[in-house]
Design a protein around this ligand. Structure first.
Ligand SMILES: NC(=O)c1ccc[n+]([C@@H]2O[C@H](COP(=O)([O-])OP(=O)(O)OC[C@H]3O[C@@H](n4cnc5c(N)ncnc54)[C@H](O)[C@@H]3O)[C@@H](O)[C@H]2O)c1
Length: 336
């Protein structure tokens, strides 16, 4: 992959003020791309202008909503590539307010599909899919052929949006690729609540010496992947034509027991404790017992491999928040 291709490339990132989008923005700016961020600054999501503080003068920021097709169309003018990360990301929120989830995650993506279909040259779209599209696995490790049986509205709509992009791309001639992400953690994730980004939330708990709450026995498993590896995957997917019209899993490929992740956090922070509590019913009904993916397909097509194991990734994340926690207890760019 030739990173020089990024120099001068006009790239739109929806959801670019959030955790993954801002880290991606940093990497793209570092390689000379012309980055435009499109973000509605919606709460309780992870937007924070502190996420782009170091690159603020090098990116264009458009505060607007993917549900506003005209605004999205204006933002896409002149772009060569779009990363579509803006989303309603709360699984429980999606169950309480399915209309909101559908409006942002499905209809917002349909707006993007219509706009990309109208542009007279192919603009590639890289979509942030989710492990939530799978539901409870029927075999492990999960691969791209695994059936999709989501356990919540978020998973259904993330799947639906992925299908819209691949369908409209095929019919109307723009390349689309979906990266189905596992549990991503690392610097610049919101630290306000544990609805999602749970590993980061536990780092905050441990730093404040507040007990970490473990639902149930804590023996459920997950695939935790460090943000820099995810960003590397997004860069490759954006630049490499062999990913056109494909679906991939992005993860570490390592199945980690939830309690072992908690112990890793406590060890890296150097303090903290955990308590077991019963699952709240609204969470238990949508929870998944075991999860890990194989990333063989993405490795084969792009040469990508995850570089950072859990111990190292947690250590780096703790180092970041030791310097920046106060920035993440506030929200830079919030209305006064
Ligand atoms: N973080 C993970 O572990 C993970 C796992 C699987 C998939 N994903 C996907 O990755 C993407 C980014 O997630 P993240 O972890 O960075 O979340 P985040 O909450 O940090 O960022 C999401 C951003 O999207 C913006 N946004 C929300 N609705 C919008 C709208 N209607 N219009 C414009 N902007 C809007 C928010 O303001 C926020 O800045 C999402 O699509 C999510 O589904 C994340």
């Amino acid at each position: 992959m030739d990173l020089k291709q990024l120099s001068g490339k006009r790239i739109l990132i929806t959801g670019g003020l959030g955790f993954i989008g801002s880290n991606l923005s940093h990497r793209l700016v570092q390689h000379g791309a012309d980055v435009r961020i499109f973000d509605a600054k919606l709460d309780p999501y992870g937007w924070n202008e502190t996420n782009i503080r170091e690159i603020r003068s090098q990116v264009e920021l458009i505060v607007a909503d993917v549900r506003d097709e005209a605004a999205l169309e204006r933002a896409l003018q002149g772009c060569d590539l779009v990363y579509h990360l803006a989303a309603q990301v709360g699984r429980e929120i999606s169950m309480e307010d399915p209309e909101l989830d559908t409006a942002i995650n499905c209809n917002g993506t349909l707006n993007l599909c219509r706009i990309l279909s109208r542009i007279d040259h192919p603009v590639k779209v890289v979509y942030a899919g989710s492990r939530g599209q799978i539901g409870e696995p029927v075999y492990l490790p999960v691969d791209e052929e695994h059936p999709t049986l989501p356990t919540d509205v978020y998973g259904i709509n993330k799947l639906c949006a992925e299908k819209y992009l691949l369908l409209f791309g095929r019919v109307n001639g723009f390349p689309a690729v979906s990266l189905r992400l596992n549990n991503v953690y690392g610097p610049r994730c919101q630290m306000h609540h544990g609805f999602y980004g749970i590993l980061n939330w536990f780092i905050r708990n441990a730093m404040a010496d507040q007990p970490i709450t473990v639902y149930g026995d804590g023996l459920q498993t997950r695939d935790y992947v460090y943000i820099d590896d995810v960003v590397d995957g997004f860069v490759r997917a954006g630049l490499m034509p062999q990913t056109d019209n494909q679906i991939y899993f992005i993860g570490s490929g390592t199945e980690t027991v939830f309690l072992d992740m908690v112990r890793e956090v406590i060890s890296a922070v150097g303090q903290g404790s955990f308590v077991h509590v019963p699952f709240p019913p609204q969470r238990e009904n949508i929870d998944i017992r075991k999860f890990v993916v194989t990333t063989e397909k993405f490795r084969r097509d792009t040469g990508w491999t995850p570089q950072t194991d859990l111990a190292e990734g947690v250590r780096r994340t703790v180092t970041f928040y030791r310097q920046r926690l106060d920035d993440y207890l506030a929200k830079e760019g919030a209305p006064a």
